[in-house]
Design a protein around this ligand. Sequence first.
Ligand code: FPP
Length: 255
Amino acid sequence: MLGNLPFFKKKEIQPSKEEIVKQHPVPKHIAIIMDGNGRWAKNRALPRIAGHKEGMNVVKKITMAAKDMGVEVLTLYAFSTENWKRPKNEVDFLMKLPEQFMDNFLPDLIKNNVRVQTIGRFDELPTHTKLAVMKAKEETKNNTGLILNFALNYGSRDEIIEAVRVISADVANGKISSTDINDELLSSHLMTHPLPDPDLLIRTSGEIRISNFMMWQISYSELWFTNVLWPDFTREHLIEAIYEFQQRHRRFGGV
Ligand code: FPP
């Protein structure tokens, strides 16, 4: 009754953005270029590695947020084939992060049915890094939820070149003919196989470039750039990116 009077009008509860986003199809595969750790640290007069450490904590939060949103694959660019050019102390620190991450978060990943995978030149990583990642892969291999895919010592050109080498050897051996080479065949030789291509690519820190990341696979991905530095990236930012993705009209070259 009172609800009919203007000043007693029932307060309408607005659904949160997260609730709205969950009511629509979310991207199956989200890929993220996690950029801005160094600037985040510099802004605080901290060493660059402090930014990477904070960035690692954000990885945990965003993994859980992606899982909650129903994302199937989350690919994170953690170390590129070009990152070896950084100062030795920074490279050493970055190579320790997978161990730290797994020491801290592997039980949570297991509990949340997350499966750890990687793309990139795995053999070239230091032994301690490989052991930590192999343990995580082994202990999560039967998990059926979110795939947390770390790009470690990954470069898209390197990946495509390797695929071309294998395919050209198959042609030379007569295993296949050059006319068998098509989109599907090349995709099946990439490190991401058999994962679906990313639907949404996010890059933080205001840089508007791809930096040798999944260049083949993002051909039809929606791109979302933000000025937010990776250590400041939150669940709400991820939800905002998915929300904007849901407003876009993907045409895949059609009309
Ligand atoms: C780019 O920022 C960031 C990297 C090269 C490293 C990203 C790594 C993490 C966020 C942690 C990964 C965690 C695990 C578990 C592997 P930048 O250093 O280039 O930043 P800047 O452009 O501000 O200098």
